[in-house]
Write a protein that binds this ligand. Structure first.
Ligand code: NAP
Length: 546
Protein backbone atom coordinates (compact mmCIF):
# COMPACT_ATOMS: atom_id res chain seq x y z
CA UNK A 1 0.00 0.00 0.00
CA UNK A 2 1.44 3.44 -0.91
CA UNK A 3 1.79 6.09 1.78
CA UNK A 4 -1.01 8.05 0.13
CA UNK A 5 -3.43 5.11 0.07
CA UNK A 6 -2.59 4.32 3.66
CA UNK A 7 -3.52 7.87 4.61
CA UNK A 8 -6.83 7.56 2.85
CA UNK A 9 -7.62 4.33 4.64
CA UNK A 10 -6.98 5.98 7.99
CA UNK A 11 -8.73 9.24 7.09
CA UNK A 12 -10.94 10.40 9.95
CA UNK A 13 -14.52 11.46 9.43
CA UNK A 14 -14.70 15.24 9.14
CA UNK A 15 -16.56 15.46 12.47
CA UNK A 16 -13.70 13.74 14.30
CA UNK A 17 -11.07 16.23 13.22
CA UNK A 18 -8.63 17.42 15.87
CA UNK A 19 -8.82 21.01 14.64
CA UNK A 20 -10.57 23.16 12.08
CA UNK A 21 -7.28 24.69 11.01
CA UNK A 22 -3.64 23.78 11.50
CA UNK A 23 -1.07 26.49 10.94
CA UNK A 24 2.59 25.64 10.38
CA UNK A 25 4.93 28.23 11.93
CA UNK A 26 4.61 30.76 14.74
CA UNK A 27 6.33 33.66 13.01
CA UNK A 28 4.48 36.84 12.14
CA UNK A 29 2.29 34.96 9.61
CA UNK A 30 1.23 32.20 11.97
CA UNK A 31 0.69 34.56 14.88
CA UNK A 32 -1.60 36.91 12.98
CA UNK A 33 -3.42 34.04 11.29
CA UNK A 34 -4.11 32.49 14.70
CA UNK A 35 -5.68 35.73 15.92
CA UNK A 36 -7.98 35.84 12.89
CA UNK A 37 -8.87 32.11 13.07
CA UNK A 38 -9.97 32.57 16.66
CA UNK A 39 -12.15 35.50 15.62
CA UNK A 40 -13.86 33.19 13.11
CA UNK A 41 -14.55 30.81 16.00
CA UNK A 42 -12.37 28.10 14.47
CA UNK A 43 -10.44 25.57 16.55
CA UNK A 44 -6.87 26.30 15.54
CA UNK A 45 -3.48 24.85 16.37
CA UNK A 46 -0.08 26.21 15.42
CA UNK A 47 2.88 23.85 15.17
CA UNK A 48 6.25 25.54 15.56
CA UNK A 49 9.72 24.00 15.30
CA UNK A 50 11.35 26.48 17.67
CA UNK A 51 10.89 26.99 21.39
CA UNK A 52 9.31 30.42 21.01
CA UNK A 53 7.37 32.69 18.67
CA UNK A 54 8.97 35.04 16.17
CA UNK A 55 9.99 32.97 13.12
CA UNK A 56 12.73 34.88 11.31
CA UNK A 57 13.39 36.95 14.42
CA UNK A 58 13.51 33.86 16.60
CA UNK A 59 16.06 32.04 14.42
CA UNK A 60 18.24 34.86 13.12
CA UNK A 61 20.01 35.86 16.34
CA UNK A 62 23.35 36.46 14.66
CA UNK A 63 25.39 39.44 15.83
CA UNK A 64 24.25 42.67 14.22
CA UNK A 65 20.86 41.35 13.01
CA UNK A 66 18.40 44.22 12.68
CA UNK A 67 15.62 45.68 10.52
CA UNK A 68 16.42 47.10 7.12
CA UNK A 69 13.05 48.79 6.88
CA UNK A 70 11.85 51.43 9.32
CA UNK A 71 10.72 49.82 12.59
CA UNK A 72 7.40 51.68 12.63
CA UNK A 73 6.59 50.49 9.10
CA UNK A 74 7.42 46.90 10.05
CA UNK A 75 5.25 46.12 13.11
CA UNK A 76 1.69 44.80 12.91
CA UNK A 77 -0.72 47.50 11.80
CA UNK A 78 -4.05 45.84 12.62
CA UNK A 79 -4.32 46.84 16.29
CA UNK A 80 -4.35 50.57 17.01
CA UNK A 81 -3.91 50.07 20.74
CA UNK A 82 -0.90 47.86 20.17
CA UNK A 83 0.62 50.57 17.99
CA UNK A 84 0.27 53.08 20.81
CA UNK A 85 1.36 50.61 23.44
CA UNK A 86 4.69 49.64 21.82
CA UNK A 87 7.60 52.07 21.44
CA UNK A 88 10.43 51.21 19.05
CA UNK A 89 13.77 52.44 20.36
CA UNK A 90 15.59 52.85 17.04
CA UNK A 91 14.62 53.71 13.49
CA UNK A 92 15.89 50.24 12.49
CA UNK A 93 15.40 48.00 15.51
CA UNK A 94 17.88 45.28 16.46
CA UNK A 95 16.76 41.64 16.49
CA UNK A 96 16.43 41.24 20.30
CA UNK A 97 13.98 44.15 20.38
CA UNK A 98 11.91 42.70 17.53
CA UNK A 99 11.77 39.35 19.28
CA UNK A 100 10.62 41.11 22.47
CA UNK A 101 7.96 42.89 20.42
CA UNK A 102 6.67 39.63 18.95
CA UNK A 103 6.55 38.03 22.39
CA UNK A 104 4.67 41.09 23.60
CA UNK A 105 2.11 40.56 20.82
CA UNK A 106 1.88 36.84 21.67
CA UNK A 107 1.23 37.67 25.34
CA UNK A 108 -1.24 40.44 24.53
CA UNK A 109 -3.36 37.97 22.54
CA UNK A 110 -2.56 34.96 24.73
CA UNK A 111 -1.38 33.15 21.61
CA UNK A 112 0.95 30.61 23.19
CA UNK A 113 -1.88 28.44 24.54
CA UNK A 114 -2.69 27.45 20.95
CA UNK A 115 0.91 27.03 19.80
CA UNK A 116 2.77 23.77 20.20
CA UNK A 117 6.50 24.49 20.29
CA UNK A 118 9.39 22.08 19.54
CA UNK A 119 7.08 20.56 16.92
CA UNK A 120 8.57 20.55 13.43
CA UNK A 121 6.05 19.35 10.86
CA UNK A 122 7.45 16.44 8.85
CA UNK A 123 4.49 15.72 6.59
CA UNK A 124 1.12 17.13 5.60
CA UNK A 125 -1.08 14.86 3.50
CA UNK A 126 -4.42 15.73 1.97
CA UNK A 127 -7.04 13.06 2.57
CA UNK A 128 -9.01 12.57 -0.64
CA UNK A 129 -11.86 10.69 1.00
CA UNK A 130 -12.71 13.35 3.58
CA UNK A 131 -11.27 16.55 2.06
CA UNK A 132 -9.19 17.14 5.15
CA UNK A 133 -5.51 17.27 6.10
CA UNK A 134 -3.40 14.90 8.21
CA UNK A 135 -0.27 16.42 9.69
CA UNK A 136 2.61 14.35 11.03
CA UNK A 137 5.14 15.94 13.35
CA UNK A 138 8.80 14.95 13.51
CA UNK A 139 8.03 12.95 16.67
CA UNK A 140 5.54 10.84 14.69
CA UNK A 141 2.35 12.24 16.25
CA UNK A 142 -0.57 12.84 13.87
CA UNK A 143 -3.09 15.68 13.88
CA UNK A 144 -6.01 16.27 11.57
CA UNK A 145 -7.75 19.41 10.39
CA UNK A 146 -10.05 20.77 7.72
CA UNK A 147 -7.64 23.52 6.64
CA UNK A 148 -3.87 23.68 6.41
CA UNK A 149 -2.25 27.12 6.48
CA UNK A 150 1.48 27.47 5.94
CA UNK A 151 3.29 30.33 7.64
CA UNK A 152 6.73 28.92 6.98
CA UNK A 153 8.41 31.99 5.52
CA UNK A 154 10.14 32.82 2.25
CA UNK A 155 13.67 32.84 3.71
CA UNK A 156 13.60 30.18 6.38
CA UNK A 157 15.36 27.08 5.01
CA UNK A 158 19.05 27.79 5.74
CA UNK A 159 21.66 26.29 3.44
CA UNK A 160 25.22 25.36 4.27
CA UNK A 161 27.77 25.43 1.48
CA UNK A 162 28.19 22.26 -0.52
CA UNK A 163 31.86 22.07 0.36
CA UNK A 164 33.65 18.94 1.46
CA UNK A 165 34.51 18.68 5.13
CA UNK A 166 31.86 20.98 6.66
CA UNK A 167 31.31 18.40 9.42
CA UNK A 168 35.00 17.97 10.15
CA UNK A 169 35.80 21.41 11.62
CA UNK A 170 36.78 21.10 15.29
CA UNK A 171 36.15 24.72 16.30
CA UNK A 172 32.78 26.41 16.70
CA UNK A 173 30.66 26.70 13.54
CA UNK A 174 27.32 28.46 13.10
CA UNK A 175 24.89 29.21 10.32
CA UNK A 176 23.56 32.71 10.94
CA UNK A 177 19.96 31.46 10.86
CA UNK A 178 20.67 28.79 13.47
CA UNK A 179 22.51 31.03 15.86
CA UNK A 180 22.76 29.79 19.48
CA UNK A 181 20.68 31.44 22.20
CA UNK A 182 23.82 32.03 24.28
CA UNK A 183 26.18 34.86 23.35
CA UNK A 184 29.25 33.94 21.29
CA UNK A 185 32.50 35.61 22.34
CA UNK A 186 34.75 36.68 19.48
CA UNK A 187 37.38 38.53 21.54
CA UNK A 188 40.85 37.46 20.50
CA UNK A 189 39.44 34.69 18.26
CA UNK A 190 40.29 33.89 14.65
CA UNK A 191 36.92 34.13 12.93
CA UNK A 192 35.84 33.33 9.35
CA UNK A 193 32.65 34.59 7.71
CA UNK A 194 31.57 32.92 4.46
CA UNK A 195 29.03 34.98 2.54
CA UNK A 196 28.47 38.68 1.92
CA UNK A 197 24.72 39.01 1.41
CA UNK A 198 22.54 41.19 3.68
CA UNK A 199 23.17 38.78 6.57
CA UNK A 200 26.93 38.52 6.03
CA UNK A 201 27.28 42.31 5.88
CA UNK A 202 25.42 42.82 9.19
CA UNK A 203 27.47 40.04 10.79
CA UNK A 204 30.85 41.19 9.47
CA UNK A 205 30.50 44.79 10.63
CA UNK A 206 29.61 43.59 14.14
CA UNK A 207 32.13 40.75 14.52
CA UNK A 208 34.96 42.96 13.25
CA UNK A 209 34.54 45.10 16.39
CA UNK A 210 35.91 42.42 18.72
CA UNK A 211 37.42 39.55 16.73
CA UNK A 212 41.15 38.96 17.11
CA UNK A 213 41.20 38.49 13.35
CA UNK A 214 38.30 38.28 10.92
CA UNK A 215 38.67 36.73 7.48
CA UNK A 216 35.81 37.33 5.07
CA UNK A 217 35.30 34.87 2.22
CA UNK A 218 33.49 36.78 -0.50
CA UNK A 219 32.39 34.98 -3.65
CA UNK A 220 30.27 37.78 -5.12
CA UNK A 221 30.42 41.35 -3.82
CA UNK A 222 27.09 43.14 -3.34
CA UNK A 223 26.25 46.82 -3.65
CA UNK A 224 25.80 47.96 -0.05
CA UNK A 225 24.52 51.36 1.04
CA UNK A 226 24.38 53.12 4.43
CA UNK A 227 21.48 52.36 6.76
CA UNK A 228 21.90 55.59 8.80
CA UNK A 229 20.26 54.10 11.85
CA UNK A 230 19.82 56.12 15.06
CA UNK A 231 17.70 56.16 18.20
CA UNK A 232 14.16 57.50 17.96
CA UNK A 233 13.95 60.71 19.98
CA UNK A 234 11.01 61.29 22.37
CA UNK A 235 9.65 63.95 19.99
CA UNK A 236 9.87 61.56 17.02
CA UNK A 237 8.14 58.88 19.11
CA UNK A 238 5.16 61.18 19.69
CA UNK A 239 5.05 62.04 16.00
CA UNK A 240 5.26 58.41 14.88
CA UNK A 241 2.43 57.36 17.18
CA UNK A 242 0.26 60.28 16.09
CA UNK A 243 0.80 59.47 12.41
CA UNK A 244 0.37 55.71 12.16
CA UNK A 245 -2.72 56.03 9.96
CA UNK A 246 -0.82 58.12 7.41
CA UNK A 247 2.23 55.94 7.67
CA UNK A 248 0.40 52.72 6.88
CA UNK A 249 -1.66 54.45 4.20
CA UNK A 250 1.63 55.34 2.53
CA UNK A 251 2.85 51.74 2.85
CA UNK A 252 -0.36 50.59 1.17
CA UNK A 253 0.18 52.97 -1.74
CA UNK A 254 3.85 52.36 -2.52
CA UNK A 255 5.16 49.74 -4.95
CA UNK A 256 6.59 47.35 -2.35
CA UNK A 257 4.87 48.63 0.83
CA UNK A 258 7.94 50.52 2.06
CA UNK A 259 7.85 54.15 3.10
CA UNK A 260 10.02 54.78 0.02
CA UNK A 261 8.83 54.58 -3.55
CA UNK A 262 10.36 55.25 -6.96
CA UNK A 263 10.98 58.83 -8.06
CA UNK A 264 8.66 59.61 -11.01
CA UNK A 265 11.57 61.02 -13.06
CA UNK A 266 13.77 59.05 -15.43
CA UNK A 267 17.53 59.07 -14.83
CA UNK A 268 18.28 61.10 -17.94
CA UNK A 269 15.37 63.52 -17.61
CA UNK A 270 17.53 65.57 -15.24
CA UNK A 271 20.92 67.22 -15.71
CA UNK A 272 24.08 65.35 -14.63
CA UNK A 273 24.41 67.81 -11.72
CA UNK A 274 20.82 67.21 -10.57
CA UNK A 275 21.35 63.48 -10.88
CA UNK A 276 24.51 63.53 -8.77
CA UNK A 277 22.80 65.71 -6.16
CA UNK A 278 19.84 63.31 -6.01
CA UNK A 279 22.13 60.28 -5.62
CA UNK A 280 24.04 62.10 -2.87
CA UNK A 281 20.79 62.89 -1.09
CA UNK A 282 19.66 59.25 -1.30
CA UNK A 283 23.05 57.97 -0.12
CA UNK A 284 22.81 60.27 2.90
CA UNK A 285 19.22 59.23 3.72
CA UNK A 286 18.22 56.34 5.99
CA UNK A 287 17.02 53.00 4.71
CA UNK A 288 16.05 51.66 1.33
CA UNK A 289 15.44 55.03 -0.38
CA UNK A 290 18.45 54.63 -2.66
CA UNK A 291 17.13 51.24 -3.80
CA UNK A 292 13.36 51.63 -3.99
CA UNK A 293 13.13 55.43 -4.04
CA UNK A 294 15.54 55.98 -6.94
CA UNK A 295 14.78 57.09 -10.51
CA UNK A 296 11.92 55.04 -11.94
CA UNK A 297 14.02 53.48 -14.75
CA UNK A 298 16.90 52.28 -12.57
CA UNK A 299 16.00 48.59 -12.83
CA UNK A 300 14.88 48.52 -16.46
CA UNK A 301 17.30 50.78 -18.34
CA UNK A 302 20.90 49.55 -18.53
CA UNK A 303 22.38 53.03 -19.02
CA UNK A 304 20.36 54.34 -16.05
CA UNK A 305 21.50 51.44 -13.94
CA UNK A 306 25.13 52.08 -14.90
CA UNK A 307 24.85 55.68 -13.66
CA UNK A 308 23.85 54.69 -10.13
CA UNK A 309 26.24 51.71 -10.12
CA UNK A 310 29.13 54.04 -11.02
CA UNK A 311 28.04 56.43 -8.24
CA UNK A 312 28.05 53.71 -5.57
CA UNK A 313 31.37 52.35 -6.91
CA UNK A 314 32.89 55.82 -6.39
CA UNK A 315 31.62 55.79 -2.80
CA UNK A 316 33.22 52.39 -2.18
CA UNK A 317 36.55 53.64 -3.59
CA UNK A 318 36.36 56.69 -1.33
CA UNK A 319 35.65 54.63 1.77
CA UNK A 320 38.11 51.75 1.34
CA UNK A 321 41.73 52.82 1.66
CA UNK A 322 43.43 49.97 -0.21
CA UNK A 323 42.48 50.38 -3.90
CA UNK A 324 42.91 46.65 -4.54
CA UNK A 325 40.48 45.78 -1.74
CA UNK A 326 38.07 48.46 -2.94
CA UNK A 327 38.04 46.89 -6.42
CA UNK A 328 37.34 43.48 -4.87
CA UNK A 329 34.33 44.96 -3.09
CA UNK A 330 32.80 46.52 -6.22
CA UNK A 331 30.37 44.17 -8.02
CA UNK A 332 31.33 43.55 -11.64
CA UNK A 333 28.71 41.00 -12.71
CA UNK A 334 25.51 42.84 -11.78
CA UNK A 335 24.26 46.39 -11.53
CA UNK A 336 23.12 48.26 -8.44
CA UNK A 337 19.79 47.10 -7.04
CA UNK A 338 19.45 44.02 -9.24
CA UNK A 339 20.08 41.93 -6.12
CA UNK A 340 18.81 42.76 -2.64
CA UNK A 341 20.87 45.77 -1.45
CA UNK A 342 22.47 45.05 1.96
CA UNK A 343 22.14 47.99 4.32
CA UNK A 344 25.34 48.75 6.21
CA UNK A 345 26.84 50.74 9.05
CA UNK A 346 30.60 51.35 8.54
CA UNK A 347 30.77 48.08 6.58
CA UNK A 348 33.30 49.28 4.03
CA UNK A 349 35.48 50.87 6.73
CA UNK A 350 35.82 47.41 8.32
CA UNK A 351 38.23 46.58 5.49
CA UNK A 352 40.52 49.43 6.63
CA UNK A 353 41.00 47.67 9.99
CA UNK A 354 44.24 45.72 10.54
CA UNK A 355 42.29 42.79 12.02
CA UNK A 356 40.23 42.17 8.86
CA UNK A 357 41.22 40.34 5.65
CA UNK A 358 39.09 39.94 2.53
CA UNK A 359 39.52 36.76 0.50
CA UNK A 360 38.18 36.54 -3.05
CA UNK A 361 36.64 33.11 -3.08
CA UNK A 362 35.70 33.36 -6.73
CA UNK A 363 39.37 33.75 -7.73
CA UNK A 364 40.57 31.28 -5.10
CA UNK A 365 37.58 29.04 -4.30
CA UNK A 366 37.19 27.23 -1.01
CA UNK A 367 38.28 23.64 -1.63
CA UNK A 368 37.32 22.16 1.69
CA UNK A 369 36.65 22.82 5.34
CA UNK A 370 39.34 21.15 7.39
CA UNK A 371 39.56 20.18 11.05
CA UNK A 372 41.35 23.45 11.73
CA UNK A 373 39.83 25.86 9.25
CA UNK A 374 39.42 26.53 5.55
CA UNK A 375 41.54 25.43 2.60
CA UNK A 376 41.26 27.46 -0.58
CA UNK A 377 42.99 26.78 -3.89
CA UNK A 378 45.60 29.29 -2.74
CA UNK A 379 46.13 28.91 1.01
CA UNK A 380 45.15 27.15 4.22
CA UNK A 381 43.63 29.19 7.07
CA UNK A 382 43.17 28.25 10.71
CA UNK A 383 40.12 29.45 12.62
CA UNK A 384 38.49 29.21 16.03
CA UNK A 385 35.03 30.06 14.67
CA UNK A 386 33.46 29.70 11.20
CA UNK A 387 30.27 31.62 10.49
CA UNK A 388 28.20 30.50 7.52
CA UNK A 389 26.25 33.51 6.23
CA UNK A 390 25.40 31.42 3.21
CA UNK A 391 21.71 32.16 2.90
CA UNK A 392 18.58 30.17 2.28
CA UNK A 393 16.84 27.84 -0.10
CA UNK A 394 14.43 30.69 -0.70
CA UNK A 395 10.73 30.87 -1.57
CA UNK A 396 10.11 27.16 -2.16
CA UNK A 397 12.80 25.66 0.12
CA UNK A 398 10.71 25.58 3.30
CA UNK A 399 7.93 23.80 1.37
CA UNK A 400 10.39 21.29 -0.08
CA UNK A 401 11.55 20.36 3.42
CA UNK A 402 8.07 19.15 4.42
CA UNK A 403 6.50 16.12 2.71
CA UNK A 404 3.41 17.97 1.49
CA UNK A 405 1.03 15.88 -0.60
CA UNK A 406 -2.19 16.89 -2.27
CA UNK A 407 -4.85 15.01 -4.21
CA UNK A 408 -3.97 11.42 -5.04
CA UNK A 409 -0.79 11.64 -2.99
CA UNK A 410 0.82 14.14 -5.39
CA UNK A 411 3.95 15.64 -3.79
CA UNK A 412 4.16 19.45 -3.84
CA UNK A 413 7.84 19.18 -4.66
CA UNK A 414 6.90 17.14 -7.72
CA UNK A 415 4.12 19.55 -8.63
CA UNK A 416 6.61 22.42 -8.58
CA UNK A 417 9.50 20.54 -10.18
CA UNK A 418 9.16 22.67 -13.31
CA UNK A 419 8.78 25.89 -11.27
CA UNK A 420 6.25 27.09 -8.73
CA UNK A 421 2.65 27.46 -9.88
CA UNK A 422 0.10 29.06 -7.61
CA UNK A 423 -3.05 31.06 -7.58
CA UNK A 424 -2.16 34.51 -6.19
CA UNK A 425 0.68 32.89 -4.23
CA UNK A 426 -1.84 31.49 -1.74
CA UNK A 427 -3.36 28.38 -3.31
CA UNK A 428 -2.01 25.46 -5.33
CA UNK A 429 -4.04 23.43 -7.79
CA UNK A 430 -4.61 19.87 -6.48
CA UNK A 431 -3.93 20.97 -2.90
CA UNK A 432 -7.44 21.86 -1.71
CA UNK A 433 -7.89 23.70 1.58
CA UNK A 434 -4.18 24.51 1.75
CA UNK A 435 -3.45 28.22 1.99
CA UNK A 436 0.03 29.72 1.89
CA UNK A 437 1.06 32.91 3.66
CA UNK A 438 4.09 34.29 1.81
CA UNK A 439 4.02 31.48 -0.73
CA UNK A 440 5.94 31.77 -4.00
CA UNK A 441 4.38 34.24 -6.47
CA UNK A 442 2.89 36.43 -3.77
CA UNK A 443 3.91 40.10 -3.43
CA UNK A 444 6.83 40.29 -0.97
CA UNK A 445 8.39 43.76 -0.34
CA UNK A 446 7.95 45.00 3.23
CA UNK A 447 7.19 41.52 4.55
CA UNK A 448 4.75 42.21 7.45
CA UNK A 449 2.61 44.28 5.12
CA UNK A 450 2.44 41.28 2.74
CA UNK A 451 1.74 38.94 5.64
CA UNK A 452 -1.13 41.05 6.93
CA UNK A 453 -2.69 41.16 3.48
CA UNK A 454 -2.29 37.42 2.87
CA UNK A 455 -3.79 36.61 6.28
CA UNK A 456 -6.71 38.95 5.72
CA UNK A 457 -7.42 37.48 2.28
CA UNK A 458 -7.32 33.90 3.58
CA UNK A 459 -9.51 34.94 6.53
CA UNK A 460 -11.98 36.55 4.12
CA UNK A 461 -12.15 33.32 2.12
CA UNK A 462 -12.72 31.25 5.27
CA UNK A 463 -15.46 33.65 6.37
CA UNK A 464 -17.10 33.36 2.96
CA UNK A 465 -16.97 29.57 3.26
CA UNK A 466 -18.52 29.70 6.74
CA UNK A 467 -21.30 31.98 5.56
CA UNK A 468 -22.15 29.70 2.64
CA UNK A 469 -21.66 26.39 4.48
CA UNK A 470 -18.76 25.44 2.23
CA UNK A 471 -16.00 23.10 3.35
CA UNK A 472 -13.71 22.76 0.36
CA UNK A 473 -11.75 25.38 -1.60
CA UNK A 474 -9.54 24.52 -4.55
CA UNK A 475 -7.86 26.69 -7.17
CA UNK A 476 -9.19 26.13 -10.69
CA UNK A 477 -6.50 25.14 -13.22
CA UNK A 478 -7.41 28.05 -15.49
CA UNK A 479 -6.98 30.52 -12.59
CA UNK A 480 -3.57 29.10 -11.75
CA UNK A 481 -2.52 29.37 -15.39
CA UNK A 482 -3.72 32.97 -15.65
CA UNK A 483 -1.92 33.99 -12.47
CA UNK A 484 1.29 32.17 -13.40
CA UNK A 485 1.28 33.82 -16.84
CA UNK A 486 0.75 37.18 -15.16
CA UNK A 487 3.68 36.59 -12.78
CA UNK A 488 5.91 35.69 -15.75
CA UNK A 489 4.89 38.79 -17.68
CA UNK A 490 5.57 41.05 -14.66
CA UNK A 491 9.19 39.85 -14.70
CA UNK A 492 9.78 40.74 -18.34
CA UNK A 493 12.35 43.48 -18.97
CA UNK A 494 13.51 43.68 -15.36
CA UNK A 495 17.30 43.63 -14.94
CA UNK A 496 16.76 41.80 -11.63
CA UNK A 497 15.79 38.65 -13.49
CA UNK A 498 19.08 38.60 -15.43
CA UNK A 499 21.10 38.02 -12.26
CA UNK A 500 21.64 34.95 -10.06
CA UNK A 501 20.30 35.45 -6.53
CA UNK A 502 17.76 33.99 -4.16
CA UNK A 503 15.28 36.36 -5.82
CA UNK A 504 15.69 34.40 -9.07
CA UNK A 505 15.59 31.05 -7.30
CA UNK A 506 19.32 30.31 -7.64
CA UNK A 507 21.19 28.62 -4.80
CA UNK A 508 24.50 26.98 -5.65
CA UNK A 509 24.18 24.78 -2.56
CA UNK A 510 20.85 23.17 -3.49
CA UNK A 511 20.55 20.39 -6.03
CA UNK A 512 18.49 21.49 -9.00
CA UNK A 513 18.51 25.21 -8.17
CA UNK A 514 21.32 26.38 -10.44
CA UNK A 515 19.13 27.93 -13.12
CA UNK A 516 17.02 31.05 -12.77
CA UNK A 517 13.29 30.75 -12.25
CA UNK A 518 10.56 33.27 -11.64
CA UNK A 519 9.37 32.38 -8.16
CA UNK A 520 8.88 35.99 -7.06
CA UNK A 521 6.01 38.23 -8.11
CA UNK A 522 7.55 41.42 -9.49
CA UNK A 523 4.44 43.54 -9.95
CA UNK A 524 3.40 46.21 -7.48
CA UNK A 525 1.79 45.43 -4.14
CA UNK A 526 -1.24 47.64 -4.90
CA UNK A 527 -1.76 45.79 -8.20
CA UNK A 528 -1.46 42.47 -6.39
CA UNK A 529 -4.00 43.49 -3.78
CA UNK A 530 -6.37 44.84 -6.43
CA UNK A 531 -6.23 41.47 -8.22
CA UNK A 532 -6.91 39.52 -5.01
CA UNK A 533 -9.61 41.94 -3.80
CA UNK A 534 -11.36 41.56 -7.12
CA UNK A 535 -11.35 37.74 -6.77
CA UNK A 536 -13.03 38.11 -3.37
CA UNK A 537 -15.50 40.77 -4.54
CA UNK A 538 -16.68 38.50 -7.37
CA UNK A 539 -17.31 35.62 -4.95
CA UNK A 540 -14.12 33.60 -5.59
CA UNK A 541 -15.09 32.45 -9.08
CA UNK A 542 -11.48 31.37 -9.65
CA UNK A 543 -11.92 28.70 -6.98
CA UNK A 544 -13.94 25.51 -6.93
CA UNK A 545 -15.94 25.86 -3.73
CA UNK A 546 -18.13 23.07 -2.43
P1 NAP B 1 22.19 35.60 0.47
O1 NAP B 1 21.84 36.97 0.08
O2 NAP B 1 21.71 34.50 -0.38
O3 NAP B 1 23.77 35.53 0.59
C1 NAP B 1 24.45 34.33 0.77
C2 NAP B 1 25.93 34.60 0.63
O4 NAP B 1 26.66 33.40 0.82
C3 NAP B 1 26.30 35.13 -0.74
O5 NAP B 1 27.31 36.07 -0.60
C4 NAP B 1 26.81 33.87 -1.43
O6 NAP B 1 27.68 34.11 -2.51
C5 NAP B 1 27.52 33.21 -0.29
N1 NAP B 1 27.71 31.78 -0.48
C6 NAP B 1 26.74 30.83 -0.51
N2 NAP B 1 27.30 29.63 -0.71
C7 NAP B 1 28.64 29.82 -0.82
C8 NAP B 1 29.72 28.97 -1.04
N3 NAP B 1 29.52 27.64 -1.21
N4 NAP B 1 30.97 29.51 -1.08
C9 NAP B 1 31.14 30.83 -0.92
N5 NAP B 1 30.14 31.70 -0.70
C10 NAP B 1 28.90 31.19 -0.66
O7 NAP B 1 21.68 35.27 1.95
P2 NAP B 1 21.50 36.28 3.19
O8 NAP B 1 22.62 37.21 3.27
O9 NAP B 1 21.20 35.44 4.37
O10 NAP B 1 20.25 37.13 2.83
C11 NAP B 1 19.06 36.54 2.30
C12 NAP B 1 17.94 37.53 2.37
O11 NAP B 1 17.45 37.60 3.72
C13 NAP B 1 18.31 38.96 2.06
O12 NAP B 1 18.46 39.22 0.70
C14 NAP B 1 17.15 39.70 2.69
O13 NAP B 1 16.02 39.66 1.89
C15 NAP B 1 16.93 38.88 3.94
N6 NAP B 1 17.62 39.56 5.06
C16 NAP B 1 16.99 40.62 5.61
C17 NAP B 1 17.60 41.33 6.60
C18 NAP B 1 16.89 42.51 7.18
O14 NAP B 1 15.84 42.92 6.74
N7 NAP B 1 17.39 43.12 8.14
C19 NAP B 1 18.85 40.95 7.06
C20 NAP B 1 19.46 39.85 6.49
C21 NAP B 1 18.83 39.15 5.48
P3 NAP B 1 27.09 34.31 -4.00
O15 NAP B 1 26.46 35.66 -4.00
O16 NAP B 1 28.27 34.18 -4.87
O17 NAP B 1 26.08 33.22 -4.22
Amino acid sequence: MSAATMDQAKAPAATALDYDAIVIGAGMSGMYQLIRLRELGLRARVFEAGTGVGGTWYWNRYPGARFDSESYSYGFSFDKELLQDWSWSEHFAPQPETLRYLNHVADRYDLKRDIQFRSPVAAAHYQDSSGTWAITLADGSRHTSRFLITGIGALSAPTLPRIEGVESFRGQAFHTAKWPHEPVDFAGKRVAVIGTGATGVQTIQEVAKTAGHLTVFQRTPNWCTPLHNRPITPEEQVQIKANYDDLFRRCRETFACFLHTADPRGTFEVTPEEREAFYEQLYASPGFGIWVGNFKDMLIDRAANKEISDFVARKIRQRVKDPKVAEMLIPKNHGFGTRRVPQETHYYEVYNQPNVTLVDSKATPIERITERGIKTTDAEFEFDIIIYATGFDALTGAFDRIDIRGKGGLALKQKWSGGAQTFVGMLVQDFPNMFMLLGPHTALGNIPRSIEYNVEWVTGLLRHMQQHQLTLAAAKPSAVQTWTDHVMSCAEGLLTFEVDSWMTGVNSNVEGKQTRTIARYAGSAPAYRAWCDDVAARGYQELDLS
